[in-house]
Each structure stands twice: as structure tokens, then as C-alpha cells.
Design a protein around this ligand. Structure first.
Ligand code: 9MG
Length: 371
């Protein structure tokens, strides 16, 4: 049992049970509503997204966790009983504070990152855009359609994908990055190899996006620190080839929270300050359907780490598990639904194949939510 079970609260004693708990507690904002001047709502990371309750979560012995939802109105009384006044104040500060600009982008808004895979075997756009000219043209169209960042990758991390040498990866991505960066666009390099990071940065990449959280190559941390560039630290359990075999967690959401906190602290020790770090729970990377859904329903917990959050769900296989008829190119509906869910949780960046559809969905969701 590695899920978070919501407790049924029948009496004040049940609520006190959480207050008396002596181990670590985790705090996931919930009850989302646009933050205006409503005193019962607090802003998520300085954005217009707000939360009106906290889900308070504690681990269970033997695996899994249990939680209690506390409306903000009832929080003050509970905090006094729990003796965790300083802890909750610090958590609320981190949940609410506006993040500094990241790669020059305002983090009070939700940005769309367009995916350009310069690989012959990419799982969802394989073969369609695998030359430099086609990749640049496709990226330019994405920028026109509202993408703020273009994520360029030359190695597929899909299970079963062919491996590629570092030189080949560099040959694929560098011409695309050079061309886009020379036009002033913000490009992230999607790689787990330090040599590719160096070549991409030299070509003008502004962000390092590493699915191994800078752990995949022993030089990555040093290269990222020396580059002075912002990084995206993603969580992955295992290796791309085998990660979906039998992923296991004590509690996926809390284990991934602890992992990302640990990686942030390692980065800080290496000289990468928190304002250069974006975190990503890594949907689909060593996770079952239920792990992915638990993460998607508690994304806002990651604001407690004090960094911008990136979400990548576009065309992923968890959508195909919910709708088995849908092959990757038929997963637009699920991709949009999960992107809008990310926006509701206040994530600052969403990595997608379908840029205009996602931009439109987020614009409509923003325009129709309660002010
Ligand atoms: C490269 N890549 C594929 N999926 C991804 C995801 O969900 N997040 C990040 N940061 N990179 C990804």
C-alpha cells in the first residue's frame, strides 16, 4: 500500500491525532480558487492561483500515508495545538512567495515549453521533424503559437529506444539550438550527458533539462554549476530502458518530494542557487498509473520546495492506460486535461507537443475561473 489515504474525520480527537503526531508532516495546498482579495484564500507561489485548504499528510509505518484536509479558516487553531507554529509559517511562506524570474521569464504566469525531439525514433513525433531545418521550422511555429521555451533533445528516453553516442547527440541538437538561440529564443537542452550540456550551452542553450536530476553523469553537477544557467531537476526511478518494469515507493508523492529536496540541497552545495532550480516530478518515469495519478492530484505539494515546477504529461502512456484505444498521437484530450490540471495547481511551466491547443486551453481556463 503506497498511496495517500484521506482520513475520515469523525471527531475533534481525529484532528488532534494529526496535531500530536511527532514525525515529519507534509503540506499539500488544495481547494483551488483564483486568489483575489479573499481573506480565506492564499496565493500559490505569487500567482493568481490560490488555495483555500491544506492537506496535511503523514507517513504510515509499513508504507503509504494518511492525510487530513484542513480549511485555512481552521488552520490557526490546529497550528496552536500542534506546536508547529514556526514550521507552518515557514511552509506557508514558501507556498505563497512569488518565485524570482527564471531564465528571464515571469514565474507568476504559466509558460508553455514546446518539445522538439531531433531523433529518428521519438515516440510521438518520430521521423516527422528529424532534420535541422524541419526542427527549426517546427520550433519557430511553436514560438509563434505561444511557446515561451523550446526544449531540444537528441536522445529518446522512451523504454526500448536506441542508445545514441554523445557525439551523435551533439550533432543532432547543436545546429538547432544555435539557430534558435541566434534569433533570441529561449532554448532548453534535454540531455543527461555532461558533454552535450557543454556543447549546447556553447551553442546558446539557456536552460539545462536533465531527466536524471543531474545524477546521470558524474560531471553534470559541475558543468551545470559552472555554466551559470538555470536547471530543471526531474525525478526518475531507475533507467529509461527498465524503469517501467516494477516501480516501487513507500509513498510516491512523499518519496519524490524528499528526493527533489535532497537534489536541491546537493545543487546548492555545488553552487547552484535555488533561484536557478526548477523541479519536476517526472510523470511516467518509473511510475505506475496510480503513482502518476497520485502525483497529478497533489502537484501543489511541490511548491513547498520553493522552486518553480515543470510538468510534462504530453501524450504520455498513462493517458493510454486510461484510454487504451489512444496511441500517442491520439492523446490530445488527455494531454490538455492534465495540462489544465497542472495550471490549476499553479505549475509555472508545462512541456508539450501540442502548443497552440495547450495555450488556448490555459487561456480559456484562466478567463473562466472565479475572480
Ligand atoms: C525529456 N523529457 C521527457 N519527459 C519529460 C518531463 O516530463 N519532464 C522533463 N523535465 N523532461 C522530460
Amino acid at each position: 500500500m503506497d498511496e495517500i489515504k484521506r482520513s475520515v474525520l469523525r471527531s475533534p480527537a481525529d484532528v488532534r491525532g494529526f496535531a500530536d503526531f511527532e514525525g515529519p508532516l507534509y503540506y499539500a495546498p488544495t481547494g483551488f480558487i483564483d486568489h483575489a482579495d479573499d481573506p480565506n484564500t492564499l496565493p500559490l507561489a505569487g500567482s493568481r492561483r490560490g488555495f483555500s485548504a491544506l492537506e496535511i499528510i503523514r507517513r504510515r509505518e509499513g508504507g503509504g500515508a494518511e492525510s487530513m484536509i484542513l480549511p485555512l479558516l481552521a488552520l490557526e487553531g490546529w497550528v496552536q495545538n500542534s506546536g508547529r507554529v514556526d514550521e507552518i509559517n515557514a511552509v506557508l511562506d514558501r507556498l505563497m512567495a512569488k518565485r524570482p524570474d527564471y531564465a528571464g521569464l515571469d514565474m507568476a504566469s504559466c509558460h508553455v515549453m514546446g518539445i522538439i525531439n531531433v531523433t529518428p525514433d521519438s515516440f510521438s513525433d518520430g521521423g516527422d521533424y528529424n532534420t535541422t531545418e524541419q526542427s527549426v521550422a517546427r520550433a519557430m511555429a511553436m514560438i509563434e503559437q505561444g511557446a515561451s521555451i523550446i526544449d531540444v533533445g537528441g536522445e529518446s528516453t522512451r523504454p526500448g529506444a536506441d542508445t545514441v553516442s554523445e557525439d551523435e547527440e551533439i550533432n543532432r541538437v547543436v545546429p538547432v539550438i544555435r539557430e534558435l538561440a541566434s534569433k533570441g529564443h529561449i532554448v532548453s537542452i534535454d540531455t543527461r550527458h555532461a558533454g552535450v550540456m557543454e556543447a549546447a550551452i556553447e551553442a546558446g542553450a539557456a536552460i539545462i533539462n536533465d531527466v536524471t536530476g543531474l545524477e546521470g553523469d558524474e560531471r553534470s553537477m559541475e558543468v551545470a554549476a559552472a555554466s551559470g544557467k538555470p536547471v530543471i531537476l526531474m525525478h526518475m526511478q531507475g533507467e529509461p530502458g527498465t524503469m517501467q518494469a516494477d516501480p516501487k515507493y513507500d509513498c510516491a508523492v512523499l518519496d519524490i518530494y524528499d528526493y527533489l529536496l535532497d537534489r536541491i540541497e546537493s545543487c546548492e552545495r555545488a553552487g547552484i542557487s535555488r533561484d536557478r532550480i526548477c523541479i519536476d516530478p517526472g510523470i511516467g518515469f518509473g511510475k505506475t498509473l496510480s503513482h502518476n495519478l497520485e502525483l497529478l492530484s497533489r502537484l501543489a505539494i511541490f511548491h513547498g520546495l520553493g522552486c518553480p515546477i515543470l510538468l510534462g504529461t504530453s501524450r504520455k502512456s498513462f493517458i493510454g492506460k486510461i484510454d487504451p484505444k489512444a496511441d500517442p498521437k491520439q492523446r490530445l484530450g488527455g494531454s490538455i486535461a492534465s495540462a489544465v490540471n497542472g495550471w490549476r495547481h499553479g505549475v509555472q511551466m508545462i512541456r508539450v507537443h501540442d502548443v497552440p491547443e495547450t495555450v488556448q486551453a490555459i487561456s480559456v481556463a484562466s478567463s473562466t475561473s472565479i475572480v
